[in-house]
Design a protein around this ligand. Structure first.
Ligand SMILES: Nc1ncnc2c1ncn2[C@@H]1O[C@H](COP(=O)(O)OP(=O)(O)OP(=O)(O)O)[C@@H](O)[C@H]1O
Ligand SMILES: [Mg+2]
Length: 291
C-alpha cells in the first residue's frame, strides 16, 4: 500500500485499477476515483480522454438510482474531497465476488467467437445462422473470471462458477445480472440505444447483502449501439470505445496488435471523437445535458 498525493488529507491510496484509483478515507469509506484513463485490448493507453472519468461517474450514479429496486449499490452518503469533485464516489468496502458478471442480449465480440466455435454461448445452444449483431432469443448470463492485473479474463462454465462461489451465490449473480441488463436495455431503448451487452461486479457488504459495485451500464462496461442504424451481419456503430479499437487496428496507427508492443499515443482527432462519443452516450441515455 502506498500513500498517494491525497495522503496528507486523511486519504490512504490502496489500489490502482486500469481506470480507477481507490482510496480509504479516515472514516473507513472507500473513495472510488475514476480517472480519464482508457484501456483497449488489455492495455492502458498513454493518452487520456478528457472528462471521461467524470462522465462515467455521473452516468453510473444515474444508473444506480434507476436500478435501486433491483439491487442495492455500494454508494454511501459521504462528502467527496474537492480535488476529486465529480469524479469520485463514496462507497462501502465490499467483499468482491471475483467474477465479471456479463449479460449478452446481442451476439458480438467474444460471444460471437464462442458461438462460431460452439454453436452457443455460456452453455446455451443457439439457432444456426446468427451473425455479428444478431439479437439473442433471450439475454444470456456469461460470467468470466476476474483476472489479476496483466492477465486476461477467462470464461467460466456454470460448474466453474458454482465451484468458485457456491450454488446460491451463482444463482443470485445470474438473477441480478439479467435483471440489471433487462432494466438497462429497456431504459436505453426508450432513448434509441441498444445495450448489446454489459458487465457488472457485485460484492457482499458487512451484513452479507450482495450490492452492485464499481460502475454500471457505462460505455466502458457495455456496448451501446444506436438503434436506428442497427443491422445484424456487420459490425455496428457504437457509443463506446470501439472507435479507439478501430483506430488502433487500422493502418493509420502503425501498430501491430500481435507485436507485444504497447499501443501508440492517440491523435487529437481520435481523443476528441472518443470524448464526444462518451458525452453522446451520457446525454442520450439520461436525457441530461453534459456540462
Ligand atoms: N465497493 C467496492 N469495494 C471493493 N472493491 C471495489 C468496489 N467497487 C469497485 N471495486 C474494485 O475497484 C477496482 C476498480 O478499478 P478499475 O475499474 O480501474 O479496475 P479494472 O480495470 O476493472 O480491473 P483491475 O482491478 O483488474 O485493474 C476493481 O478491482 C473493482 O473490483
Ligand atoms: Mg472496472
Amino acid at each position: 500500500m502506498t500513500t498517494g498525493p491525497a495522503g496528507g488529507r486523511g486519504l490512504r491510496h490502496v489500489y490502482s485499477g486500469k481506470v480507477r484509483e481507490l482510496y480509504q478515507a479516515s472514516d473507513g469509506t472507500l473513495l472510488l476515483v475514476a480517472t480519464d484513463r482508457i484501456s483497449a485490448f488489455d492495455y492502458v493507453l498513454q493518452t487520456p480522454i478528457p472528462d471521461k472519468g467524470k462522465i462515467l461517474t455521473r452516468l453510473s450514479a444515474w444508473w444506480f438510482d434507476q436500478l435501486a429496486d433491483i439491487v442495492p449499490s455500494h454508494l454511501v452518503d459521504a462528502p467527496i474531497p474537492a480535488e476529486f469533485a465529480d469524479r469520485a464516489m463514496a462507497c462501502r468496502w465490499l467483499s468482491m465476488v471475483p467474477v465479471e458478471c456479463v449479460a449478452r442480449g446481442y451476439l458480438t465480440g467474444t460471444g460471437l467467437a464462442d458461438y462460431h466455435r460452439d454453436g452457443g454461448v455460456a452453455g446455451v445452444e443457439l439457432p444456426v445462422g446468427l451473425g455479428d449483431g444478431s439479437r439473442l432469443p433471450e439475454p444470456i448470463f456469461d460470467p468470466d473470471t476476474k483476472a489479476a492485473a496483466g492477465q486476461h479474463d477467462e470464461n467460466l462454465t456454470r460448474a466453474d462458477l458454482v465451484a468458485l462461489v457456491g450454488a446460491d451465490t451463482a444463482a443470485e449473480l445470474e438473477r441480478i445480472t439479467l435483471a440489471v441488463y433487462r432494466r438497462g436495455a429497456d431504459v436505453a431503448a426508450k432513448r434509441g440505444i441498444i445495450v448489446a451487452d454489459t458487465k457488472i461486479e457485485l460484492g457482499f457488504d458487512d451484513a452479507g447483502v450482495l450490492r452492485l459495485a464499481d460502475e454500471v451500464l457505462t460505455p466502458d462496461s457495455s456496448r451501446f449501439w444506436p438503434a436506428e442504424s442497427w443491422q445484424p451481419g456487420r459490425a455496428q456503430l457504437s457509443f463506446d470505445k470501439q472507435y479507439v479499437r478501430d483506430w488502433l487496428t487500422s493502418p493509420a496507427s502503425g501498430w501491430n496488435r500481435g507485436s507485444g508492443e504497447p499501443p501508440p499515443p492517440l491523435p487529437a482527432s481520435v481523443v476528441d471523437q472518443t470524448r464526444q462519443t462518451y458525452i453522446a452516450a451520457f446525454e442520450r441515455i439520461t436525457g441530461l445535458r453534459w456540462g
